[in-house]
Design a protein around this ligand. Sequence first.
Ligand code: UDX
Length: 482
Amino acid sequence: LSNKVVKNSNDLPIVVVMVPLPAQGHLNQLLHLSHLISTFHIPVHFLGTPTHNRQVQLRRVHDNNSHPLIQFHDFDIPPFPSPPPNPTASHRFPSHLIPSFIAAALHLQRPLAAFLRTLSSKVRRLVVIHDSLMSSALQDVNAIPNTESYCFHSVSAFTVAHSLERKELFVNDGYKDGEITTPTYQQYFPKELNVVSMEQCFPPEFLEFIGSQFRHLPKMGAGKIYNTCRVIEGEFLEVIQRIEPEFRHWALGPFNPLKISKNGGNNKQSSCSHSCMAWLDQQEPRSVIYISFGTTTAMTDEQIKEIAIGLARSDQKFIWVLRDADKGDVFDVNEIRKSNLPEGYSNLIGNQGLVIRDWAPQLEILSHWATGGFMTHCGWNSCMESITTGVPVIAWPMHSDQPRNTVLMTMVLCVGVALKEWQQELVIADAVEEVVRKLMASEEGAEVRRNAERLGNVVRQSLEEGGESRQEFEAFIAHITR
Ligand code: UDX
């Protein structure tokens, strides 16, 4: 099959429709998946609201080449309250985004149904891939002719398997921790992993939103899709398949483009034009630590100051992405909070580091041979990107699935070290300095680095022609075009 034209047995096409949750970390993944599917010459419709699709287009991932087979469709939704971000809130979760999720899930239901009905009459099969958190918008999808739907879980298989094994319940009015654990729970999630409860990672109102979406899942769907692969999370995918045998579970990842995910390549010049790439070109191999906390984390000025000092004192070269807490990633908000660096900081660090104040080319940075570590909040995209590029991490989780991903990265896969103090409100400069030195300049760090490089190689090999991940992707394409 590999990237050859998929021919249908009759003239009507197979068409894929993507329905993402309007949050950058979720959109990103389905946009990457759209690109991959379109390389098989299958048209993809990417659905959303005007603002959220505009954001997608602004931040189209690695699209120097255009993707004529992907079409973006905007559906207007009524205005909704959008409070500004609050980095001093007791819970680190970006609660200000919740109204936008609720509004999209609620108001897209009708226009989506109308769109799908019209399209379904012109195709041989309509394949709908929707974020698990947009399920209510598609609750009637089974009634649409020629249509089959797949639920996309934007988190790790480890996270999903943990919820299933622990019998965590997301119900209409919230969440119930698993009081009864399955007999196999301890086998996969022994006590020493110390996996934190969902209540520690999400505020109640978001758990309620998850409940409102997940209750539609049991009766919909031809299968489930994950941005992971069996060489990374095979055992957890097996757990999921065992507990939910009624669905076929597809590990189609990594979704991030393979062509730029080879760390340590010989080409000294990068094709990316961001100025940080020229700076990276001048550094020693594996000498730079990249620091970024994704798209939803807001830090206080005090915390920014501690990170700044810790990095400077670590004596390691670094690239730090520090964007203003505008949280304009999904919907515009009125207030922008500037992220202030300590006065005179650029003079203090000189050529030791770069602070990027806008959108950074993360995948290109991780793929660069000079990058040797990644301090990350362990959002699932960032985890997959670091694994694929063979870059070890310092895990500093903030909220959501991130604490669970941290366990996976540091204790299961052993491709990272955790910042011990992550649960504290204020992580001080000493802790930042210590953990950076540990990863970049210690024997323990060297061991972790070797693990990361080994796993990266295995993952990239599995994506080559005939490799396990490549075969699963091709099997999925063959399945939807059958
Ligand atoms: C959100 C949740 O926070 C996370 O827990 C969940 O797993 C996915 O959705 P986010 O916080 O945005 O994700 O982090 P992450 O999953 O790492 O996604 C960020 C993406 O944006 C990555 O693909 C990263 O490469 C990209 N990015 C981010 C950039 O390319 N440049 C930037 O400057 C910042």
